[in-house]
Design a protein around this ligand. Sequence first.
Ligand SMILES: [Zn+2]
Length: 434
Amino acid sequence: MEYWDPVETLAREELGSLQLRLLNETLHHATCNSPYYAASIPRDLRSLTSLEDIAKLPSLSKDDIRVDQEARPPLGNMVAVPEDEVVYISASSGSTGVPTASPFTSKDFDEWIDFEARLFFSSGLRRHHRYCHALNFSLFVGGPCVLGAQRIGALSIHAGTLPSERLIMVIDQFKPDTIWTTPSYAWYLGETAERMGFDPVASSIKRIFVAGEPGGSIENTRKRIENLWDANLYDYYGISDIFGACAGECTEKAGLHVAEDHLLVEVVDLKTGEHVAEGERGEMYLTTLKKRARPLIRFRTGDIVSYEEERCACGRTHLRLMGIHGRVDDMLIIKGVNVMPSAIEAIVRSNSALTGEYRLVVTRENHLDALTVETEHVKSFKGNLGVLEKQIQGDIKATLGISPRVVVYDEDTLPRATHKAKRIVDHRKDVWKP
Ligand SMILES: [Zn+2]
């Protein structure tokens, strides 16, 4: 077994000591140099004696970053170095559409690219491979990750968001064995290839890295994309205000290893705010351990995860996210039941009579939330639609305990996702419009 960096196999006790040292360095740097942290972190909590004590520190959200940057544009009061030391920013827009900047020093950027290389290497990418980066480059923190493949020495194709037909031609001409895209787009691209008369199974693609949506960790979605391309799918996790990829699957495909020498992970119960145990679900909070330009301390990611700390069969000791189960914002409460869209996706994609495309429409009827699951049958389906709808409804009832309305349309009725799929149509907001 080969590793990119010896830190990947550090015993957990040593890793914990390393994290505590890096956390205290971060707290010192942030409170000495950033007006935001100087004001928000109490003096007696600027040097901790155990990692658990981090729970005593205040957390922050994407909105806090936005408000801070609007108060002191463009980088805000969280920034902890003079602007002269900032060499790169990515920008991301959130729910309000106002972009926030994520700044990097030269060293931050270099260390980031090195651990992108580490993640790629753990997924089997080597110098003799060809890597196609089919993610947006415009301001997007996922763009520079391509340099991680270059650092390994792989031939790297900066494809970006080429039109799908052109991307298929690039794949046909340059024969990359690895591609990175979103799960929805990997699926769409495979179907586009088929429409163009290219067989994705016969293509050069052997490894597909995906990020940006929960699909890569949903078994049925993963299988269908893998079958479509006859390739291995590796799920990655990134976050726009931190790094393009913070975690990724090794060749064992047994969860996503977090680069724990760069990030301290907390998984927090949504109701109590306390740390949850291994295997339980909660919101992930991340603290950057090395970033100097703009450290993030207890950043609430909004992502629901569970984790495992046991050493992976690959030998790496860094904790694994056992799936990104969805977004806190996406969680629907239907008749008192918490419903993650990813749970419905798993059911829809396990049914061979369906194309796998789906959309969830939420409305409010008589002051109660009502859910409609829209799906499509495959062209070859010749059965009774009413029976199929009942069957899907029964599967959802058996798994989630709710009976949503189910509608099965003809193939190609629902809009196809190009990059991030919009699968939830929430009409409930209309109810509150003045
Ligand atoms: Zn592993």
